[in-house]
Structure formats: C-alpha cells, structure tokens
Design a protein around this ligand. Structure first.
Ligand code: HPA
Length: 235
C-alpha cells in the first residue's frame, strides 16, 4: 500500500495502461479485459488487473496534470515494481498535418513545468519516451494496420493560460500537440530506470475548426486502446 494506492504488492501487472480518466480505466477493464479485478479505488482513481488475450495487464487512471501523474507513476514504478507504463490520452493539435482522431506516439515531451527541477534538481526541459517500448508500439501498429505518427509534444501545467503561445511552441520548439502528463511520467521513468511511452488521440485542434462527435471520439479512443493493449502484451 502507498498513501494513494490501496492495492497489495503483486496486484499490478508488469505493464500498466494509464488513461487520465478513471471512468476510461473502468471502460477498458469492463470492455477489453477478462477477469478484471478492481485493485484500488482511493479517490476514485480506479485501478484494475485483468487478462487481455490471456496475458495479465493492469489499467489505472493517472488523473489530470503532471502532479497527479507524478504521484501515481512514481508509486507504481517504485513500490509496485511496474516495469512499463503506457499513457493513453488525448491532445490538442498544433499542426495542420494532424487531423482529429489521428494517433500520435510521443517521441519526447517539452515542458516549462517545474516538476523535474523540484523532483531531483534536473534542469532538463525535454525528456524522451522509452525507445524500446516505442519500437514495440510502432511494430504493433504496423502489424495491425493502425497509422501512428511520432511527434514531440508540449506538456503544459496550465490548461487555461493567458500567455501560452502555441505558434512559438510549434515553430520554435517543434511541438506538434499539447497535453498535460507526459513530462512527469517520462521523468519518473528515467529516474527510476523504467520504461514509459504515450499514445495520444487528437481530440481538438488549434488550427482546424472541426469538432468530434462523441461516437467519433469513442471510435478513435477504441483504436488507441486496442493498440496499447496489443503492444502491452508484447512488452
Ligand atoms: N490542452 C491541454 N491538454 C489537452 C488539450 C489542450 O488543448 N486537449 C487535449 N488535452
């Protein structure tokens, strides 16, 4: 047990999928896993372990933002001996080459967050995901015919910013999209010598007016969940 997770040691699989939303964790457990067991629900941050194609996989929500992801991913890696975390989330596209529902494999995360500085005095502002895990995800995507593009993303601590300049983040920092959890996840994986990757579905765009219907949104999320699960059983 940790201050934030009530599961017993040994309850988590080696690989954990992390959506932001607890209800998405439940949806994955209910619809994609068999024999899924709820192993933690502290603060309604649901965690489940179950079987996907006969292999044991866990899914747990991260909550929103680096501080929340920072707590859960640290405890999973450090206390529960989790080896691999694959975040599955949504992002806002900065580039017009990205359409709604496109899938991104996050290559690296740029952030102006103080997370790494406060965690261990690191001055890094860009952290890479796991190349090993990324290869598994890319090979799996190819094998099952899912398109995914590798991109650098901006990981923000502030959703409602009055000063954030997306064109600068795109054109000077080469960030293709914005989300809010990868920086803490990749930093924790790095300091604890574990593997973390992230698959994102484009849910909104800063440069295109289109909006997703809820059916379209769920469909693209299902594609992302399938890719994450198919990759997780090979990791
Ligand atoms: N900002 C931050 N995080 C996000 C966004 C956004 O516009 N869209 C999806 N996740």
């Amino acid at each position: 047990m940790t201050p934030h997770i009530e599961a017993n040691l040994g309850d988590f699989a080696k690989t954990v999928l992390m959506p932001g939303d607890p209800l998405r964790a439940k949806l994955i457990a209910d619809n994609f896993l068999t024999s899924a067991k709820l192993i933690s629900s502290v603060r309604n941050i649901y965690a489940y372990t179950g079987l996907y194609k006969g292999k044991t996989i866990s899914v747990m929500a991260s909550g929103m933002g680096n501080p929340s992801m920072g707590i859960y991913s640290y405890e999973l890696f450090k206390v529960y001996n989790v080896e691999n975390i694959i975040r599955i989330g949504t992002c806002g596209a900065y580039k017009d080459s990205l359409d709604l529902k496109d899938l991104i494999l996050v290559d690296s995360s740029y952030s102006d967050s103080s997370f790494a500085k406060v965690q261990n005095n690191s001055l890094e502002d860009t952290i890479s995901s796991s190349s090993i895990l990324n290869s598994v995800i890319e090979n799996t995507a190819n094998a099952i015919g899912i398109n995914i593009t590798k991109e650098k993303v901006y990981c923000s601590d502030v959703f409602y910013s009055d000063i954030s300049d997306f064109k600068k983040l795109r054109d000077e920092y080469n960030c293709a999209a914005i989300e809010m959890e990868t920086f803490a996840l990749f930093h924790n994986a790095k300091v604890l010598n574990k593997n973390a990757s992230c698959i994102l579905s484009v849910s909104d765009s800063f440069v295109k007016p289109d909006k997703l219907t809820s059916a379209e949104r769920q469909n693209s999320l299902n594609k992302m969940i399938t890719l994450a699960l198919e990759s997780a059983i090979k990791a």
